[in-house]
Design a protein. Structure first.
Ligand code: F6R
Length: 611
């Protein structure tokens, strides 16, 4: 989603703003721009496409604008209005420039009002109402800050914006739901959409609370809450560390993030397992109640993690679990009498659908627990209790290490509730913890089969349609495999529960249609194998990913990759974590073969902050 930056008080502000936008690239965008103040005039530089286009335009002007010490910048992920230069932010009106992330829900209404006052609109964005409102208000009040506050009072929606004007070096910012962070530099101040993006320039940051607005100049800043009271917000020390932007010799961030899973999952597990061999998870804080269920809300890949979590939690703790898409939950009227709590899962901690579902749960008096990778993200800050995945920044748009870390947290929650509710023995609990510690090393063994997945990718790279199948706990993996493939390679792919094929989807099978199936030895493997026979009989080209334990049962399948089997009792339990690696590698290699933009697939954004 869109990224915002603002700098006041630092020479060569445009260059610094460009560098920060580079760090926000991961959020996804399709055009970018800067606005700066030079001799009491606001100028802009804008470009469609990637930041190098904006950089080239900036470099032509660089000598002339080195002395500039105030700038705002933006990466735009189009929502209202096509990807055109005129719609690219910053958007100007007379002596005001604005960058904006999110959506102004009442923009139509405001547009009509402004048109009646003869305001001429030059873009199709919802954003444009902000600079026009500001210009009009400035004429009435002659005070930039008061004008901005009046705009904040008028606009509705989920947004963050930054505005500058041509008379004075100051930046106004406001946030409602979308994230915004202030960075405190030595003689300058910065705003950015996340702390990481500005961490190379500042040691201290302040996260604005929902509804806050602020005014910054080079040495001072004032923050106000949604009741217009001036407030002090905590200053947080951050390390100056942008190592996450290094690909470590891999071609893509996604490739790096797939291969670093054995290392980073050690952090996830380390944070979960306490020295005395207990799990650092607190069912009391989650408000787990014996006779009440749990709702889990999430979006996309995190939603598939939730689906796996349901299998585990119900199996090991007997607590009923209801899994929902965040975007659906927030707009229906959920009956919550049978539930005591909600778990939300969000890598970024910023997905607006999930944030809103969590707010709805709070409104309905459910206790909320967040599973997230980003400390101080909006979801972390608003949840009653957070469990962090600790896998470091994920730059590739497609979720990889986040998914496996979410699975590890969910399985650990299942086991902890299991022991808490006396549904599993302490031997089982201890055995789980011991085996959990072996997972990272085991994933290295699966990753060493990389070449086999490259071969598989080469066989399917030219297909137009691909099906993924899984049964039981591997059904959500079929959905995840298909999502990963479609988002990265743009090949149409669908995941199905293998047992459902005969109820309709089997009609899709024709000669040569690739069908990828994930199989573990979970007691229902014979059933899955029958489903494969049915696909083969109709001409489907089956590619089977199975653990070694099934080797004798699947000799008739020609195309297969056998992954090692884990310790007996835990093999099928951990299988969704293990099968994530093939799902990721297949999608990655197909996309690479097809030459698509692996780290920033078209139309996608890392942090989805619009509905
Ligand atoms: C797919 C992917 C998305 C995200 C989804 C939720 O590879 O990454 O489907 O999983 O947008 O994002 P978070 O987890 O940040 O809420």
């Amino acid at each position: 989603m869109c990224g915002i930056v603002g700098i006041v008080g630092k020479l060569n502000a445009c260059k610094s703003a460009l560098n920060i936008l580079k760090n926000l690239e991961y959020r996804g965008y399709d055009s970018a721009g800067l606005a700066y103040l030079q001799k009491n005039h606001l100028n802009t530089i804008k470009a469609l496409g990637k930041l190098n286009k904006l950089k080239s335009k900036f470099e032509v002007l660089e000598e002339d604008i080195k002395d500039i010490s105030i700038a705002i910048g933006h990466t735009r992920w189009a929502t209202h209005g096509k990807v055109l230069l005129e719609n690219t932010h910053p958007i100007l009106s007379e002596n005001i420039a604005v960058v904006h992330n999110g959506i102004i829900e009442n923009h139509d209404e405001i547009r009509l009002e402004l048109k009646e006052k003869n305001v001429v609109f030059e873009t199709s964005t919802d954003t444009e109402v902000i600079p026009h409102l500001l210009s009009i208000s400035m004429k009435n009040t002659n005070n930039f800050f008061n004008a901005c506050v009046s705009v904040v009072e008028k606009i509705e929606g989920a947004y963050a914006f930054a505005a500058i004007h041509s008379l004075k070096e100051e930046i106004f910012v406001a946030r409602k739901t979308s994230p915004l962070v202030i960075g405190l530099g030595d003689g300058y101040n910065i705003v950015g959409s996340d702390a990481q993006s500005i961490s190379h320039m500042v040691n201290e940051v302040i996260y604005l609370n929902d509804g806050d607005y602020a005014i910054l100049n080079k040495t001072n800043f004032q923050i106000y809450d949604l009741n217009n009271n001036e407030v002090k917000r905590e200053k947080i020390n951050i390390k100056s560390n942008l190592n996450f932007l290094n690909k470590d010799g891999y071609k893509h961030f996604m490739e790096k993030e797939i291969h670093e899973q054995p290392n980073v999952l050690i952090n996830t597990i380390g944070s979960l397992v306490r020295e005395e061999n207990d799990l650092n998870i607190f069912p009391e804080k989650m408000n787990i109640q014996k006779n009440f269920g749990i709702t889990i809300c999430a979006a996309g890949t995190s939603h598939y993690a939730a689906m796996v979590g349901k299998y585990w939690i119900e199996k090991f703790s007997s607590i009923p679990v209801n899994v929902e898409l965040s975007s659906e939950y927030r707009y229906r009227r959920p009956a919550t009498a049978m539930y005591s709590c909600m778990i939300v899962i969000s890598q970024s901690g910023e997905s607006i659908d999930t944030l809103m579902a969590m707010r709805e749960a709070k409104r309905l008096n459910l206790t909320t627990t967040a599973i997230t990778n980003v400390e101080n993200s909006s979801i972390d800050r608003e949840a009653d209790y957070s469990i962090f995945t600790h896998v470091g920044p994920e730059v590739g748009v497609a979720s990889t290490k986040s998914f496996t870390s979410q699975l590890i947290v969910l399985l650990s929650i299942a086991m902890k509730i299991g022991i808490y509710n006396k549904k599993i023995t302490s031997e089982k609990y201890q055995s789980f913890i011991q085996n959990l510690k072996l997972v990272p090393n085991f994933l290295s063994k699966i990753l060493s089969l990389n070449e086999e997945f490259i071969n598989l990718a080469q066989s399917i790279k030219n297909s137009q349609n691909i099906l993924y199948l899984g049964r039981g706990i591997l059904y959500p993996l079929a959905l995840e495999g298909a999502l990963k493939l479609k988002e990265l390679s743009y090949i149409h792919s669908e995941g199905f529960a293998a047992g459902e094929m005969k109820h309709g989807p089997i009609a899709l099978i024709e000669e040569g249609l690739p069908i990828i199936m994930f199989l573990t030895s979970d007691g229902i493997e014979e059933k899955s194998i029958s489903n494969l026979q049915e696909a083969l009989a109709r001409g489907g080209e089956v590619f089977l990913i199975s653990d070694q334990k099934n080797i004798n049962k699947i000799s008739f399948i020609e195309n297969k990759v056998l992954i090692p089997s884990f310790h007996d009792t835990w093999n099928d339990v951990f299988s969704p974590i293990f099968m994530s690696i093939p799902a990721q590698l297949i999608a990655y290699h197909v996309a690479r073969e097809r030459g698509t933009d692996v780290d920033q697939p078209r139309n996608l954004a890392k942090s989805v902050t619009v509905e």
